[in-house]
Design a protein around this ligand. Structure first.
Ligand SMILES: O=C(O)[C@@H](O)[C@@H](O)[C@H](O)[C@H](O)CO
Ligand SMILES: [Fe+2]
Length: 366
């Protein structure tokens, strides 16, 4: 089955993992990339894209998926200036289409991207993983931002969505978002997507929204893509084949009531990009990210893969966060984006997939 396996790469000089490393992982054909020095709202220029394209193509990979072109706060807040930023976004789409890009992953979370309380939490076997302690995340957004930014500063790293320039204005940002209720945020998302759809069609690029992570409101900020119902609402709100999902199994299953395989079966044709991540839940509501193997967490990785396979999924898929293994730790590894666990995860996913292919073939032969 021609599902396409991707690997998220942060770019030369910005990722300790090289394209040469990635080339050695059996099955990877797509580099999931971005211009990580760009602020939300900026235009990605042709010559800048060309530089990365040359690097990626030199190794025979495609660059079909961008993660992420981040959305400017004015669009999410719904300020009059949003139209200017939407025009810039359209220009990004046009520029990316010149390089054969097929999918843009983005998110519509106010202020913060994914949120964790510990980036190197011991799992118990010597490895570490991203961890979320539920009662630590209360009202103190500053403490959480200090923790993440303290880390990125110390190790001279940037996290997408955690731009220091934006984080320096957190109080202002919170004020600006104060009038943005959940309904208002839905409206602003609709406005944004309706404006983009004609350009997407013209350029044959799908907008694929990432699930909110974790899938619930934090610090009083509304979050939209949190469960099956909100996904239904999202897809019917702008019912267009170019309005798609990045279905992130780990983000959704941070709420253990979310059944990702069911969502796959219902909306497979609107899933442009699949993130596969396994979550281990603790009884008190804390959760840890886990190895991709089904039994290492409770997300139901095998059932999810089976759902994609049954639907004849032909989109892009990638291992999402992995654990930090062996010598990987702060300073030499991007949290969640180490080399080894994601490579292991890919082999696990492809093992399941290959067997499902084989079983189908045998069934056909009778
Ligand atoms: O969890 C991750 O690292 C990613 O899946 C997200 O940060 C994702 O890239 C963004 O939310 C998409 O805009
Ligand atoms: Fe994800």
């Amino acid at each position: 089955m021609p599902m396409k396996m991707g690997w998220r790469w942060y770019g030369e000089g910005n990722d300790p993992i090289t394209l040469n490393d990635i080339k050695q992982i059996p099955g990877v054909t797509s580099i999931v990339w971005a211009l990580h020095n760009k602020m939300p709202g900026e235009i990605w220029e042709i010559d800048e894209i060309q530089k990365v394209a040359d690097q990626i193509h030199a190794y025979g990979f495609d660059m079909d998926v961008v993660e992420s072109v981040n959305v400017h706060d004015d669009i999410k807040i719904g300020l009059p200036t949003r139209d200017k930023y939407i025009e810039n976004y359209k220009q990004c789409i046009r520029n990316l289409s010149k390089f054969g890009v097929k999918v843009i992953c983005y998110n519509f979370m106010p202020i913060f991207d994914w949120t964790r309380t510990d980036l190197f939490h011991p799992v118990g076997d010597g490895s570490t993983a991203l961890f979320y302690q539920k009662d630590m995340i209360q009202d103190d957004y500053k403490a959480m931002a200090d923790y993440i930014l303290g880390f990125t500063e110390k190790y001279n790293m940037t996290f997408p969505g955690w731009e220091p320039e934006r984080m320096a204005k957190l109080d202002e940002l919170f004020k600006a978002y104060a009038p943005v209720t959940k309904e208002k945020l839905w409206e602003n998302l609709k406005y944004f997507l309706e404006a983009l759809m004609p350009t997407c069609r013209e350029c044959d690029i799908k907008m694929a929204i990432h699930m909110d992570d974790p899938p619930w409101d934090i610090f009083g900020l509304p979050r939209l893509l949190v469960d099956a119902e909100s996904i239904d609402r999202f897809l019917s709100m702008v019912d267009d084949e170019y309005n798609c999902l990045t279905l992130c199994s780990g983000s959704l299953n941070a709420n253990p009531n979310n059944n990702v395989a069911e969502i796959v079966r219902k909306h497979c044709d609107r899933i442009a990009f699949a993130h596969i991540r396994n979550i281990h839940h603790f009884p008190n509501g804390d959760f840890s990210e886990a190895a991709h193997r089904d039994c290492c967490g409770e997300t139901g990785i095998i059932e999810i893969l089976r759902a994609y396979h049954d639907c004849g999924y032909e989109g892009y898929i990638r291992p999402d966060h992995g654990r930090q293994l062996w010598e990987e730790g702060p300073g030499n590894c991007r949290p969640g984006y180490g080399k080894y666990d994601r490579a292991l995860g890919i082999q696990y996913m492809l093992g399941v997939w290959d067997l499902l292919d084989r079983l189908d073939e045998e069934k056909k032969k009778g």
